[in-house]
Design a protein around this ligand. Sequence first.
Ligand code: AMP
Length: 215
Amino acid sequence: MHLLIMGAPGSGKGTCAVELKSYYSIPHISTGEIFRKAIANKTKTGLIAQSYIDKGQLVPDEVTNEIVKERLMESDCKKGFLLDGFPRNLDQAYALSKILKELNIKLDAAINLQIEDKYIEQRIINRRMCENCGRGYNLISLKPKNEGICDVCGGKLYQRKDDTIETIDKRLVVYNTQTKPIIAYYKKLGILIDVDSNQEIEKVVSEIINKVKEK
Ligand code: AMP
């Protein structure tokens, strides 16, 4: 199964991706996570990415496209993959189509998580992430059983540095101006799946799975 998941910041891409990854037994490739790891490891890519991420901007396409291409060529992607947070603009979408053509892979579906703007700020401010497994929590709607600890792996929960009010507004502008146009691109390709993400996570995930089956 070859999938990608997109949606505004805080729409629940990462949370759904964790469930879909285990349902389909495919690797979850999150460009945001790749950048956060690179920043933590202080690599050259991490240093470049940090300056953009902290400002709520997109990391340049040359850097991002290359990372995705290399990742998709790894052997675990032979059984499929779930791309999360890539592509984020039309040029990245075209670059992805080119990479997939070279690798002789057809995307099965592009999942578009829909969420009204009014819910986004609260979702992001209350978001906490596991520093070990990357699982996402929400201090209001998806609380960990023990404060500050991941239910699944026991890792420490942290708040992303870019999950601040100031950065959220910038990320939303980037989403609305640069990322939204890719929805029409995947609709034209006939693989778009729209899913209302303002429901319980189990419902969102089962709606995705059912709609992917129908594709
Ligand atoms: P995410 O974890 O998907 O919310 O991504 C966090 C941040 O990483 C974004 O706000 C961007 O600064 C950067 N980023 C993630 N994916 C991409 C991408 N496909 N292109 C450019 N920048 C990205």
